[in-house]
Design a protein around this ligand. Structure first.
Ligand code: FES
Ligand SMILES: [Fe+2]
Length: 347
């Protein structure tokens, strides 16, 4: 099953610590096999994972300084994907090489541009400052999920599911009952929900020893094509709170999701959890991260079962409810951006 993707965009392909010096690393993005490695000075490189000679994946080869040598007949490729040596002959067939993808390391992550290389502008990489900020401690991880990325975008944009899927960690019944405000800001969607004067969720009660009622804000941002940040704020209850004003005191957590399509029915979910209550305390960061990881395991079951049902009966109608507003807006934005992108690529 092929899918239409927004190609002229940055996709988070790996966490920086997954790309180790001297080790080729393979991943499939948007149905394209890609191999990554670091040059001698640590610069990330991304190339098509298919040798132009007889198609062995280059990720099975060996890194030699800034270059990669194919593991079959030894063709050598430079960091631009150009074939620079063919063992046993002095001439390299002109024009031989593999595709190079622009790669940038930022926010402790490796970002790849999957469209025209000339259009790759690093200024378009989503701002994920929480990953790299002294006032935040953040853990990172990933899981591969057998469902299309849009199902996960829907999932993280509609946090009413916390009440029913994650009652043990982040969910309280008050979430599904608290209305959300939806805004479109340029090509982004922002969803704000206040949950006032209600008991803290399990994860906060455990990690921050909170007892008594709190005020809580969720601020969800969809950054096309497939990054969603969920900023949580937890603090003291304030009577007649001005919901438009930035909250004071309390502390924040931020859940970062990069939903990188592998194929139409498979997604690499790279996620991070940052906290501002003990930024230098790695044990506190790890503990929160583990709870988030376990929470996502609960989502996997739901998402994969949903994808299976959609594949089995693709034409059955579905209804929309109020909580779908963010997900529907994100789909409209993506449909518009993808149509413009496809036209431009075809032109
Ligand atoms: S397949 Fe790569 S060198 Fe022959
Ligand atoms: Fe979830």
């Amino acid at each position: 099953m092929q899918s239409v993707y927004l190609r002229n965009a940055w996709y988070l392909a790996a966490w920086a610590n997954e790309l180790k010096p001297g080790e080729p690393f393979a991943r499939t993005l948007l149905d394209e096999p890609v191999m990554m490695y670091r040059t001698g000075d640590g610069t990330p490189v991304a190339l098509e994972d298919r040798c132009c000679h007889r198609s062995l994946p280059l990720s099975l080869g060996k890194i030699e300084g800034d270059r990669i040598r194919c593991g079959y007949h030894g063709l050598l490729f430079d960091a631009a994907g150009k074939c620079v040596q063919v063992p046993g002959q002095s001439l390299v067939p002109p024009g031989s090489g593999v595709r190079r993808y622009p790669a940038v390391e930022r926010w402790r992550a490796i970002w790849l541009w999957m469209g025209e290389a000339a259009a790759a502008d690093p200024a378009l990489i989503p701002n994920l400052y929480w990953l790299d900020h002294p006032q935040w401690g953040a853990g990172t991880g990933q899981m591969q999920i057998k469902c299309g990325y849009q199902l996960i975008v829907d999932n993280v944009l509609d946090l009413t599911h916390l009440s029913y899927v994650h009652p043990r960690t982040f969910g309280t019944l008050a979430i599904a009952e608290s209305p959300a405000r939806y805004e479109r800001v340029g090509d982004q969607v922002r969803i704000t929900r206040w949950i006032l004067d209600s008991k803290p969720p399990g994860v906060m009660a455990r990690n921050r020893a909170m007892d008594g009622n709190i005020d809580r804000r969720q601020l969800i941002t969809f950054l096309p094509p497939s990054v969603v940040t969920i900023e949580g704020w937890f603090g003291p209850t304030v009577p007649n709170r001005d919901e438009r004003a930035e909250p004071e005191g309390g502390f924040g957590i931020c859940n970062i999701n990069a939903l990188t399509p592998v194929s139409a029915t498979e997604t690499l979910h790279l996620f991070a959890e940052a906290q501002s209550y003990a930024p230098r305390d790695d044990a506190a960061t790890d503990k929160l991260f583990r709870e988030v990881y376990d929470t996502f395991l609960e989502d996997i079951e739901v998402l994969q079962a949903q994808q299976r049902a959609l594949l089995e009966r693709p034409n059955r109608p579905m209804i929309d409810i109020n909580a779908d507003a963010g997900g529907l807006e994100a789909r409209r934005i993506m449909a518009r951006l993808t149509a413009a992108d496809t036209q431009r690529t075809a032109a």
